[in-house]
Design a protein around this ligand. Structure first.
Ligand code: C2E
Ligand code: CA
Ligand code: CA
Length: 266
């Protein structure tokens, strides 16, 4: 079994480079909903899927760890950034009220001293405003080079990007990261949202929201699946939610339909 898995891993790795050229990596988007303002769609998160000719649609959990190991993730993240910028540009041209979308940035990318310049260049080439793209940095994988991370964050801010601290509370340096680094938004991890309804679970979520408020960070709750979770978060001042309750990750075409119905309803 191990040999089979290893073989499959190296096949995927070998297929990755041509897959970019063939457009097999697809842009999925999951809506973010502003629950304090009439449940408007106020943004989306970009999530990659691989439409592999042999295996069908592969979720990122199957290939991102491989690409983080072999370094290909930097290329993939940059590619996703480019196609989302092209998409934003097209929506803008067609008159939609464009909402900001966030991309995930692997910690691997942060080692590349020029990654912010590379992203800026893509913005220039596609003529997309920096306000329309945001960057999610996860805290769950410990980054062993704090100065480099600080530097990357400073650099991103100088260029005007909003930065989201992803998976908040799951790493082992959550508080240190909040203390030392300036983020704009805190994403409350699904594992906390799952515990809403439980007395202690509620207190923890409420506590995270209060903490974010006092640090003047906005909050997004991830993985919201039920009405109960939604109502608790709304009543306790969480700004935005993302989760199956409002929408699963969907193709850009489906997201466009959602956006256009909202634009029409204004
Ligand atoms: P993430 O950044 O924490 O993304 C949220 C994950 O939660 C997504 O899984 C999403 O589909 C899932 N999710 C959202 N709402 C719900 C819900 O209500 N219930 C449940 N059960 N799940 C929900 P996905 O798309 O499989 O992505 C997994 C991870 O892969 C992401 O976690 C992110 O860390 C990584 N990833 C995805 N796309 C990219 C990318 O383009 N670049 C990089 N570097 N990482 C990516
Ligand atoms: Ca994310
Ligand atoms: Ca997350």
């Amino acid at each position: 079994d191990i040999r089979k898995k290893t073989l499959e891993d190296s096949t995927l790795e070998a297929e990755a480079e041509p897959a970019i050229r063939n457009g097999e990596f697809r842009l999925y988007m999951q809506p973010k909903v502003d629950i304090q303002n009439g449940n408007r769609i106020c943004g989306a998160e970009v999530l990659v899927r691989w439409q592999n000719p042999r295996l069908g649609l592969i979720p990122p959990g199957r290939f991102i760890p491989l690409f983080e190991k072999n370094g290909f993730i930097s290329e993939l993240d940059r590619y996703m950034f480019r196609i989302v910028c092209e998409q934003q540009k097209e929506w803008g041209n067609r008159g939609y009220a464009v909402v900001p979308v966030s991309v995930n940035v692997s910690r691997k990318l942060l080692y590349d001293l020029n990654f912010v310049e590379k992203y800026n260049r893509i913005l220039t080439e596609t003529a997309v405003e920096v306000q329309n793209v945001e960057v999610e940095i996860t805290e769950s994988v410990f980054f062993d080079n704090q100065p480099r991370l600080l530097d990357a964050i400073r650099h991103l801010h100088q260029s005007g990007y909003r930065i989201l601290l992803d998976d908040f509370g799951t790493g082992y340096s959550s508080m240190a990261m909040l203390k030392d680094m300036s983020f704009d938004t805190l994403k409350i991890d699904k594992s906390f949202v799952d515990n809403i309804g439980d007395e202690r679970g509620n207190k923890i979520v409420d506590g995270i929201i209060r903490l974010a408020e006092s640090l003047e960070l906005s909050t997004i709750a991830e993985g919201v699946e039920t009405r109960e979770q939604y109502e608790y978060l709304k009543a306790h001042g969480c700004d935005v939610i993302q989760g199956y309750y409002f929408g699963r990750p969907m193709t850009a075409e489906s997201f466009e339909m959602l956006l256009s119905s909202q634009t029409a309803g204004r």
